[in-house]
Design a protein around this ligand. Structure first.
Ligand SMILES: *Cc1c(COP(=O)(O)O)cnc(C)c1O
Length: 409
């Protein structure tokens, strides 16, 4: 699949256009030379609080007249540098970093939903996002319809006059069904609702939901943005400052703010985002080809394989197919278990987006908390295996997966 759009400047000229091409933006966004010592790498302001020079200055900061920092839960320069960087990559105007991806998601639902409101969500979202809506927000009288948002008519039919949020993950996790973001935005806005997009799987390198009308874009930065499997974190990105302020107020008091050290680590990871995403994607393309032609494989889903039923939408909306593959073996759950146990390179672990390849079994792992019938309805069959491809050498990855598949006989 062509990845020519990747790394290019946005074709649409708008006020949010980034200053540089995306590879440069990854490396330099949010990074200013240190004014004290000239350090190239940014300082870590590992502090809980900030000293006011005078009582008047403190009062002015609390009154919002002086923009200086007050207390790290409400803002910190190290966190702000990461927020600036990711906001630019997503073509947003501001961002709010959070302690985890789930802190981003729970903060946004808490900020946007009240008793009696309704959410329409992709059925195959990240398992905990679904459980949060169905188990926790339901206790406050907030209804959720979990539907196949990759079918625009189903999405449209699920909207009610109480719908305030449409929550979409595309490609879906782990079914890799693609939702048309422009259509979802249109449906949301006609209903007076907001479109919130979990863009974790694509990263801003491969998909820019604001271009298609999203209102909030969020990430588990644990995955591609940090990229080294050593930090848990999240971020919310906005183009509308009023909306950002509404969510920021909630983040400040719910308390799911990112820590400065965490922010510094993620910002360091972002510098290599574009090259990691490209390498992992090239590897994934090769592994998907291997799976597609191997006799032990029942089916494989990868947005980059030829003949994908949503190829036009993929070309319109995504700059590349990414590095997540799902597949099922002819031998079902049992064969899947054997492959999980016999691959050497992909580690048997949940998560994705790191330089290391990971392999897992959603029905017993990431989506184990989702009811069996709901899992099946969302396309997560019992034998589905998810492979999150990393940045190892392509030939090593191919040889390893091939030996595991061949061993099935
Ligand atoms: C991992 C993940 C989350 C949750 O993020 P955490 O950082 O683990 O809290 C949310 N959405 C998607 C798509 C994810 O992959």
């Amino acid at each position: 699949m062509a990845v020519s759009g990747m790394g290019g400047k946005p074709e649409m000229k708008n006020k949010n256009q980034t200053r540089w091409n995306i590879d440069t933006e990854c490396i330099h966004g949010g990074s200013e030379p240190d004014p004290t010592f000239g350090a190239l790498a940014p300082a870590i302001f590992q502090t809980s609080t900030f000293v006011f020079r005078t009582p008047e200055e403190g009062a002015a900061r609390f009154a919002g007249v002086d923009p200086g920092y007050i207390y790290t839960r409400m803002g910190n320069p190290t966190i702000a540098a990461l927020e600036e960087s990711v906001a630019a990559l997503e073509e947003g105007t501001s961002a709010l970093a959070t302690a985890s991806g789930m802190a981003a998601i729970s903060t946004v639902f808490f900020a946007l939903l009240s008793t009696g409101d309704h959410v329409v969500s992709s059925a195959s979202v990240y398992g905990p996002s679904r459980v949060l809506l169905e188990r926790d927000f339901s206790r406050f009288g907030i209804q959720a319809s979990m539907v196949d948002t990759s079918d625009t008519e189903i999405l449209r039919a699920a909207v009610t006059d109480r719908t305030r949020v449409i929550f979409v993950e595309t490609p879906a996790n782990p079914t890799l069904a693609i939702t048309d973001l422009a259509k979802a935005a249109e449906i949301a806005h006609e209903a007076g609702a907001l479109l919130v997009v979990d863009n974790t799987f694509m990263s801003p390198i491969l998909q820019k939901p604001f271009r298609f009308g999203a209102d909030i874009v969020l990430h588990s930065v644990t995955k591609f943005l940090n990229g080294h499997s050593d930090v848990v974190g999240g971020i919310l990105v906005f183009q509308d400052e009023e909306l950002m302020k509404r969510v920021r107020g909630v983040r400040h008091y719910l308390g799911g703010t990112m820590d400065p050290h965490q922010a510094w680590m993620v910002h360091r990871g972002v510098k290599t985002l574009a090259m990691r995403v490209r390498t992992a994607q090239e590897n994934a393309g090769a592994l998907a080809e291997l799976l597609a032609h191997h006799p032990a494989v029942e089916w494989v889903r990868y947005p980059g394989l030829p003949g994908h039923p949503q190829a036009d939408l993929i070309a319109r909306q995504m700059a590349g197919p990414g590095s997540l593959i799902s597949f099922e073996l002819k031998g079902g759950v049992e064969a899947g278990r054997k492959v999980l146990g016999s691959v050497e390179l992909p580690a048997l672990a949940v998560s994705l987006g790191g330089v290391e390849s990971l392999i897992q079994h959603p029905a017993s792992m990431t989506h184990a908390t989702v009811k069996h019938q709901d899992r099946l309805a969302a396309g997560i069959t019992d034998g589905l295996v998810r492979l999150a491809v990393g940045c190892e050498d392509r030939e090593d990855l191919i040889a390893d997966l091939r030996q595991a598949l061949d061993a099935l006989g």
